[in-house]
Design a protein around this ligand. Structure first.
Ligand SMILES: [Zn+2]
Length: 387
């Protein structure tokens, strides 16, 4: 372990086994993070449409930046020359960079995976690139986030064969050891990634293997993809109990809807990230307790109320639904900033509420109320149905 991350469980799960949820404190070089919490995603070293002061305002304690995107543009060496990622993007709080594995597999045009690494074409200009575990770590050391992540091979959980899942998990384990050996930056933590898809024995084996290595934190990867919530819950019910005596922070990669976050916290996860709250905001979907508002709907053009009465965000404390509806119709840039501030505030306030319930010891009995408060993001099925 690097010693750059220290994790303490502040409120352990209750002894009656009613939940595995816990409150923790993750101490990183650029600050402390109270868990469970959600990390807004700044793909290109910016959370789209937001100023870093807006991130403080919405309650972000830590943000995520994408290794793959920053490697391609503007280049990790340029960011290093300019003083590292924190200085470059004007954010002095904790940052985590992902390994690039997910983007290489899901975004790059061509990709050839072998035991040494992955060769891929840039989605920007078609140029040819290669990531190995060593190189993904080198790129992340140059970027200089508080937390780097080992290079892995994720596969879509639901639609991959057992052989594909097994091979990807075994490769991920070999790459985890190589990532650890390559990482030499003492002021940066390194997290490892568990794979293993939805196969209980493969998920369990991957959890044991990754947990046996001296990472500073444990990521659960290969979920938040095409699996159902029940399949995700089952995979977590395999992995998390194996980490019961493990003192490290647990991060479920790629999950973003409030209800999904709640269920994963209940199963013992501490950290989350997703582009979802910001992406749906830019499409005019505003999350509110128990539902969502499509601000492009005609009925909001004359609505003088705030988007959410009890929300203290930049949007709700000053502007009406009618004004936001106007901004979206006029394609004014302020629309994206205000809507993003609201959805991230909603998400982070929701996590604050979860932590408060855990502190008060009321989380298990408060679960139904939290479930009904969780916003309902638009689903693929709902998206094609008339409103
Ligand atoms: Zn708001």
């Amino acid at each position: 372990m690097t010693g750059a991350a220290r994790f303490e469980v502040v409120v352990p799960p209750p002894a009656d086994g009613s939940t595995r949820a816990r409150v923790g404190r993750l101490t990183l070089p650029h600050g402390e993070v109270e868990t469970p919490t959600f990390m807004p995603v700044g793909t290109n070293a910016t959370v789209k449409a937001l100023h870093p002061d807006d991130l403080v305002e919405v309650g972000a304690q830590i943000i995520l930046a994408n290794t793959y995107h920053l490697y391609l543009r503007p280049g990790h060496e340029r960011i290093e020359r300019l003083g590292g990622l924190h200085r470059f993007m004007g954010w002095d709080g904790p940052i985590l960079t992902d390994s690039g594995g997910f983007q290489v597999v899901s975004l790059a045009d061509l990709r050839v995976v072998d035991d040494e690494g992955v060769t891929f074409r840039s989605h920007l200009d078609g140029s040819l690139h290669r990531f190995t575990p060593e190189y993904a770590v080198e790129v992340q050391m140059a970027l200089g986030a508080d937390v780097a992540v080992a290079f892995d091979q994720p596969v879509p959980p639901h639609s991959s064969s057992r052989v594909t899942v097994r091979d990807a998990a075994e490769r991920t384990h070999r790459w985890a050891e190589r990532s650890l050996a390559a990482h030499t930056r003492p002021d940066q933590a390194l997290f490892g990634i568990v794979q293993g898809g939805l196969e209980p024995d493969l998920r369990a084996e991957s959890t044991r293997r990754i947990a046996s290595l001296p990472f500073d934190g444990i990521c659960i990867g290969g979920l938040a993809g095409d699996e159902t919530p029940a399949e995700r819950a089952a995979a977590l019910d395999v992995a998390v109990p194996l980490l019961a005596g493990d003192g490290r922070v647990r991060y479920l990669m790629g999950l973003g809807s409030p209800l999904d976050l709640l269920e994963a916290v209940h199963r013992g996860m501490d950290l989350f990230d997703s582009v979802m709250p910001a992406r749906v905001a830019r499409n005019g979907q505003l999350w509110v307790p128990g539902g969502r508002i499509n601000i492009r709907n005609e009925r909001y053009r004359d609505d003088p109320r705030p988007v959410q009465e009890d929300c203290a965000c930049l949007l709700c404390r000053r502007f009406s639904r009618a004004y936001l509806a106007h901004l979206f119709r006029a394609e004014e840039l302020l629309a994206y900033r205000l809507a993003t501030c609201h959805n991230l505030t909603f998400t982070l306030d929701f996590m604050t509420g979860i932590r408060a319930a855990l502190r008060a010891g009321t989380f298990p009995e408060g679960l139904p109320a939290l479930r009904s408060r969780a916003a309902r993001p638009i689903t693929r099925a709902a998206a094609v149905q008339p409103a």
